[in-house]
Write a protein that binds this ligand. Sequence first.
Ligand SMILES: [Mn+2]
Length: 376
Amino acid sequence: MTHRPPVRGTAWLALLLVLSFAASSQVADGPYLTGAEGGGWIAHWIEDTGAGPRARREPVREGDLLTISATARVPAFEVRLRPPDPPAPDAIRTAAGTPLLVVADTHGEYDILVQLLQRQHVIDERLRWSFGRGHLVLLGDVFDRGAHQIEILWLMYQLQADAAAAGGGVELLIGNHEAMVMRGDLRYLHPRYARTAQLLGVDSYAALLDADSLLGHWLRGRAAVLQFDDVLLVHGGISPQAVTRGLTAARLNRAVREVLMGVADPADPELHDFVMRSHGPLWYRGYFALDGAPAEARRDDMDALLRHLGVNTIFVGHTKVPKVTPLHGGRVVAVQVYPERDQDSGTVTMEAVRRDAGRWYRVAADGLREPVTIDD
Ligand SMILES: [Mn+2]
């Protein structure tokens, strides 16, 4: 028997669908800065003229200020274009007591990320750095699913410079969705960006983030694996195979970078293959018991792995958990609580991990701050 809802209900449902599509179908997009002949870049925007979208192009160069448009919930902010950054470090050592906030996959959920950063006093109401000498690390997967990946990229780009000027730091790690989009796998791309590529007349959205583009070059210089004091930060995880393979953060970062740069004749093609597969750092899920099966990595494996890497704990995103969860007796901490907003109440779900004065806290976009015991 087919259940037919009353007509009145159907009309409401239709209205809700229209409204939710309107909310997610922001037309304006950009800027995308593609490399220009003779240096500098061409900035490409999609503008909403009211009578439909229109492409705008303008040459820009180092030192220029560009405005990143406001969204429904987040104000506009400015970015200053700077010379290419050096590649991200493989390791960061900070003075005792340096605060750290670790945020996992954001998947285009810009306003939820901004709310979380504001509630944690990492940025202020105008999105300016207010974390002083603190460090912010995003564990990758800024791209795909949600509608606002480009805003997140620009915000991280600008905060990186502002944090460095304040004696702190910002690192965006490479997740599997960064690798997918940069390599042209656009299966999970939000429709907003497919439309942008079409309006700008490029074959693929990936062309707007190629190695000659400002953000594409910047992204290819990020790390996939970061040793931060006595912990390791990575999107998916480090397989215990790293021990027998002799893999370090430096080797993994070099291999991921070479893949994303499209290095034609790599010294270690087998490693290039490894880093883009299920046991590579962007994809690994072996710390987790999934689909009723026990975790692939056992506690003995984890001890050998941590000794090999020279850290006490590995923090990962990529695999969803209902709350920030220590695993394997605190050898791993799972951080990815998927960012969501309840459409009725407006309340948001998203968690992160924070270190203050050497202690760890589970924090959330609603302002929650709760000590979390990581060690046995
Ligand atoms: Mn992922």
